[in-house]
Design a protein. Structure first.
Length: 375
């Protein structure tokens, strides 16, 4: 194999080093180059159509050179590849390609209700800019309010579908929150509902939750919301050892009734790949008996208790009344929510709920941002 002397390419045993117009150079592996030839991707399906496992031997070039800011590689197999240098520059550091949905989370506190991003049902459907801003609010703040939903069974799914496909849980595709005669969940009573995230007894708890208020004329029943990012990051600074224990240790959750028996293990504090808090898992009413060794619980329970108390600190707790026609949308892994008790005989209270996944939320945001390798 050879490189033209004027090419600015240096061949190595397993790859090559190519020079860039700014005077710098970077190394690229031969396997990586062959696997990511522009012809390896179908322009219609946008999927990889080249199968490197079908190659009879490891890829090696017969000739390489740079021509007009394009790296030309002629492979011994007879295939030729052309790589724009600006494409190669995006992968020279070995870091993930830019993601417009990887937005910095913004913590909020008890006074957030008046600052909460608000949108109307009609503008989300008609205005792509408002649609994108709504998705951005869910990514950055984890909560947003949509008003003007019609009092129909279809309105909730129409709203949620703007962020992704409705994701069924073991309660079904939709769930109705009102006083049930034979409740299978504390939410289906008039009792106070402590701060929690939904369905940690599922292996992968739902990502985004939507609650459409169809009626609310009862005395009491205010909604309670807390940003776990704000609480957990403060907790990390105040109690670093407790924080580490809650972020590293899995504990059991369950949800059991006549027709289901769900069980899963979760970490109370969830971290992203960079180590920042992306959420929590908290639900006292479906926490299973902690089955850790008692000596471990000597350390774990005080940390768990201290964090649970921190979530109830008034500086974090946002309280508000959800009104008929409004839909509160929030990240179920980040926003811990609950409800004050209400008097069931004082009126009617009916919320209709469903979930979508966080991955689809990010996907919709990327599409509206015009991102993507094939754009």
């Amino acid at each position: 194999m050879q490189a033209r002397k004027e090419s600015g390419v240096t061949l190595r045993d397993s790859g090559l080093e190519v020079g860039f117009p700014d005077g710098t150079a970077a190394y690229f592996n031969f396997f990586w180059l062959r696997d990511n030839c522009p012809t390896s991707f179908d322009a219609v399906t946008r999927e990889r159509c080249f199968d490197i496992f079908a190659e009879s031997e490891a890829p090696l070039p017969s000739e390489v050179f740079v021509d007009d800011e394009v790296l030309d590689v002629h492979w011994r197999s007879g295939h030729s590849s052309r790589y724009p240098l600006d494409f190669l520059a995006g992968y020279r550091e070995g870091v993930p390609r830019p993601d417009p949905a990887a937005l910095t989370r913004r913590a909020w506190y008890a006074d957030h209700y008046r600052l909460m991003p608000r949108f109307s049902f009609e503008e989300l459907k008609a205005d792509a800019g408002k649609h994108k801003s709504w998705l951005e609010a869910l990514l950055v703040e984890g909560v947003a309010l949509v008003s003007g939903l019609p009092d129909t069974p279809e309105a909730l799914e129409e709203t949620a579908s703007l962020a992704g496909h409705v994701r069924p849980s073991f309660f079904g595709k939709m769930f109705e929150v009102y006083t049930h005669i034979n409740p299978t969940n504390t939410a289906y009573t008039a009792a106070a509902l402590e701060l929690h995230t939904d369905l940690p007894s599922e292996d992968f708890a739902p990502g985004v939750q939507y609650l459409h208020c169809r009626a609310n004329s009862v005395e009491g029943g205010n909604s309670i919301f807390v940003d776990a990012v704000a609480v957990a990051e403060d907790f990390r600074r105040a109690y670093p050892e407790d924080f580490a224990l809650l972020a590293e240790t899995e504990v059991p959750f369950y949800c059991e009734h006549d027709d289901f028996d769900m069980r899963a293990r979760q970490r109370v504090i969830e971290l992203d790949r960079q180590g920042a808090v992306e959420g929590v898992t908290m639900s006292q009413h479906i926490a299973d008996v902690f089955d850790l060794p008692q000596a471990v619980l000597d350390r774990y329970y005080p940390a768990f208790y201290r964090f649970g108390r921190a979530l109830r600190d008034p500086k974090y707790v946002m309280r508000f009344r959800l009104n008929a026609g409004e839909c509160i949308c929030f990240d179920n892994h980040r926003v811990v929510h609950g409800r004050e008790a209400y008097t069931a005989t004082s009126g009617e209270r009916h919320l209709r709920g469903c979930y979508t996944d966080r991955g689809e939320l990010r996907s919709r945001y990327r599409v509206l941002s015009g991102a993507g390798r094939f754009k």
